[in-house]
Write a protein that binds this ligand. Structure first.
Ligand code: B12
Ligand code: SF4
Ligand code: SF4
Length: 357
């Protein structure tokens, strides 16, 4: 008869994961995430979820750990930092910004480390499956219940003593691990993130209206809402404003920098992106969420970035936008016309001595 390996203790798991850059660990009971279930259903009903699917597609599933792992007892929750400090970033005309979490494949690093631990738990005769940013589980609520941190007013989970520049993952398992206690609110009287959101998407403490959240609008297929195109500024993928305004996140994130692996570039040349074919773009950015694996949405965002940030009168930019404006892709053509108008308007303001923005 084959004997099982011993079940790894939480301390053993913690030590190994720390070597992989995972700096916070806790345990939540594998029970239904009631609060998240109500929030998903209510926000979907109120329209705050817009057309997002993800965990919203099937809240009964994404809030029930038993649906992910039959007989689950514990959720081991884990957080991995991704931001090496919060230095101000150089802004170059026509370059498009990538949010910090998306500059390297941090999710893959996190999943790989958690999967290795899940294998060891399975070797001890239990069921165990690793998840990170998966539609099967609402990660923040699990992390909160597992004592990793508190929900900020900007809806992000702030890790105690380290801020919110962290991604989250978990191992759902039938093994019984000692539970952690949830952490008390740490925002106190602060509310800095709310006015810092460029589109007013934080509609109540901890509640994001996806219809206004740039992070979602950049991922959402179709036309980018005209009323938020200027607010997009130079963003190509992801938005960090509500975290960069957060005092504990800014103050404490350099401390986590020791554990951070190599990060990728913070900006992408929008003109070069528009000159690239689908294969090249998927090769470079395919790990991002691109609806239907279609890089058109990145091109759309890059076109808006050119209107917002390129130097008015830059001939190379105008040429590319004019070509797109007359092209067969109706959606891109409309965005290119908007950007040409925006460049003209910015040029006029600049001539009158005002700021080009
Ligand atoms: C859908 C999604 C999005 C959507 C919607 C975000 C949202 N707030 O729901 C969009 C595309 C906009 C998005 C953006 C971002 N996302 Co996102 N996203 C997800 C995903 C796939 C599901 C989230 C979900 O189910 N939300 C459901 C709603 C109901 O949850 P909630 O907004 O957190 O609501 C809770 C609070 O309101 C709280 N609550 C209830 N009452 C009260 C009262 C008070 C006072 C407070 C403060 C809170 C509170 O309870 C609710 C339920 O848990 C998860 C991955 C996953 N599988 O979980 C990643 C995830 C949440 N995203 C993540 C990241 C990194 C981001 C961005 C920072 C990326 C970026 N730089 O652009 C932004 C941050 C935007 C923001 N301020 O929230 C991380 C968050 C890490 C962290 N430390 O919190 C996650 C966990 C991915 C991961 N595994 O690391 N995301
Ligand atoms: S991610 Fe950006 S747009 Fe979304 S809530 Fe935060 S600051 Fe606002
Ligand atoms: S900015 Fe202030 S209110 Fe917002 S999440 Fe950070 S600490 Fe909380």
């Amino acid at each position: 008869m084959r004997r099982n390996a011993p079940l790894p203790t939480l301390d053993e798991i913690r030590d190994r994961l720390r070597e992989q850059g995972i700096t916070a660990l806790g345990v939540a009971p594998a029970e239904v995430l009631d609060r998240a279930r109500s929030a998903l259903n209510e926000r979907r009903a109120d329209g705050l979820a817009d057309s997002m699917e993800f965990t919203y597609r099937d809240p009964e599933r994404s809030t029930d750990p038993q649906r992910a792992v039959d007989g689950a007892c514990s959720i081991i929750v884990a957080a991995m930092p991704y931001a090496a400090g919060v230095e101000p970033e150089p802004v170059r005309p026509g370059w498009a910004r990538v949010a910090r979490y998306a500059r390297a494949d941090h999710y893959e690093d996190l999943r790989r480390a958690l999967r290795a631990e899940a294998r060891l738990i399975r070797a001890a005769g239990h069921r165990a499956v690793a998840f990170a940013d998966d539609n099967s589980l609402v990660d923040r609520e699990a992390a909160y219940l597992g004592g990793l941190g508190w929900f900020g007013r900007n809806a992000n989970l702030l890790i105690s003593g380290a801020g919110s520049f962290f991604i989250l993952g978990s191992i759902i398992t039938t093994a019984d691990y000692p539970r952690s206690e949830p952490v008390a609110d740490g925002c106190g009287t602060c509310s800095r993130c709310e006015p810092a959101c460029p589109t007013g998407a934080i509609v109540a403490p901890g509640v994001i209206d996806a219809r206004r959240c740039l992070a979602w609008l950049m991922q959402k297929p179709g036309t980018f809402p005209v009323e938020y195109r200027e607010a997009l500024e130079d963003r190509l993928y992801g938005c960090d404003d509500c975290q960069e305004a957060c005092p504990p996140t800014v103050r404490l994130s350099p401390r986590s920098a020791v554990a951070v692996g190599a990060s990728g570039p913070s900006h992408v040349d929008a003109l070069e992106l528009l000159a690239s074919d689908d294969e090249t773009l998927l090769d470079r950015h395919g790990r991002w969420y691109l609806a239907d694996r279609d890089p058109t949405w990145l091109r759309r965002n890059a076109v808006i970035v050119l209107g917002n940030t390129a130097t008015p009168g830059d001939e190379a930019v105008v040429e590319v936008l004019e070509r797109l404006a007359e092209g067969d892709e109706a959606m891109l053509a409309e965005h290119a016309r908007w950007s040409l108008e925006r460049l003209t308007e910015r040029g006029r303001v600049e001539m009158l001595g005002g700021p080009a923005r």
